[in-house]
Each structure stands twice: as structure tokens, then as C-alpha cells.
Design a binder for this molecule. Structure first.
Ligand code: CU
Length: 152
């Protein structure tokens, strides 16, 4: 093997993947079935959903997210406010040790606000998840019609 080639490959990977905080919570939390809900063409916001599974003996906490597809990305939950379900920003989403938490409609979700371009069904949205220990994880979420859309 040519050592110079290997170095070049490592450098190239370093440039294209500035997420170097590997290890930590991001490595111990697996992502299941991510998707972004298809929004109407004029909608300025939509939700991203997935299952977070924690393989470790310690809790992990998702504390932020960002995406090149949206100007603002927030972690949200739905709360019952006097009988009305409202979305509310949350500081963290805790994934219990050896457990999982589902981000799903009506519950926790990643809110994508001020989309930079209309979503395309069958397309893909990149989301970076940031954990409490500073580790980060990239998720590629396909765009698809969510459960809120009736299909006949
Ligand atoms: Cu929301």
C-alpha cells in the first residue's frame, strides 16, 4: 500500500467530514427508520422522526440538531396545554440506558424551520444530531408522506 495515498485519503476524509468528535454518545446511539415528513409546497416547517436506541449502560441526551436543509432546527415535544396539544421546544431528549425513545408525530421530533428549498418526496435530508457530551452524528432521512397524510 502506498502510504502517501493513505495520507491523502485521510486528509480528504478530514476535510469532507468535519465531524471528528467520534466516540461518546453519538457512537452508542443507533438511529432507526429516520424520515422527514413531506410538507405542502408552501409550508415553512416540517418534522423529522426516527427511533433513537441507546446501547450503553448510561443515558444519552440529544441536545441539538442542525441541517443544511433548514435555517432553524429545534428539538420539540408535544405537550397537552389545557386540552390543546401544542409543540414546545425542549432542551434535551434523553435516551435511557439500554433503552430507546421514538421521535414520532404527536411526540418528540426534530423541527425543521425555514426550509431552504421545497422538499422532494423520495429525496433525502441530512440532519446532524448533537449530544450532551459534544459528540455528533449524521443522519440521512428520506422524505416521505407521514402518517398524517391519508392515502386512498
Ligand atoms: Cu415542532
Amino acid at each position: 500500500m502506498n502510504l502517501r495515498l493513505i495520507c491523502a485519503a485521510v486528509l480528504a476524509a478530514g476535510v469532507s467530514l468535519p465531524v471528528l468528535a467520534a466516540g461518546g454518545m453519538a457512537d452508542r446511539v443507533g438511529i432507526g427508520d429516520p424520515y422527514v415528513r413531506m410538507a405542502p409546497p408552501n409550508a415553512r416547517a416540517t418534522g423529522a422522526f426516527m427511533v433513537l436506541r441507546n446501547a450503553a449502560d448510561r443515558d444519552a441526551a440529544l441536545v441539538k440538531a442542525d441541517s443544511p436543509a433548514a435555517k432553524i432546527v429545534e428539538l420539540h415535544n408535544h405537550v397537552n396545554d389545557g386540552g390543546v396539544m401544542r409543540m414546545r421546544e425542549v432542551k434535551e431528549i434523553v435516551v435511557p440506558a439500554r433503552g430507546e425513545v421514538a421521535l414520532k408525530p404527536g411526540s418528540y421530533h426534530v423541527m425543521l424551520i425555514d426550509m431552504k428549498a421545497p422538499l422532494q418526496e423520495g429525496g433525502e435530508v441530512v440532519i446532524h444530531l448533537g449530544f450532551a457530551d459534544g459528540s455528533r452524528k449524521e443522519v440521512r432521512a428520506p422524505v416521505r408522506a407521514g402518517p398524517g397524510h391519508m392515502k386512498h
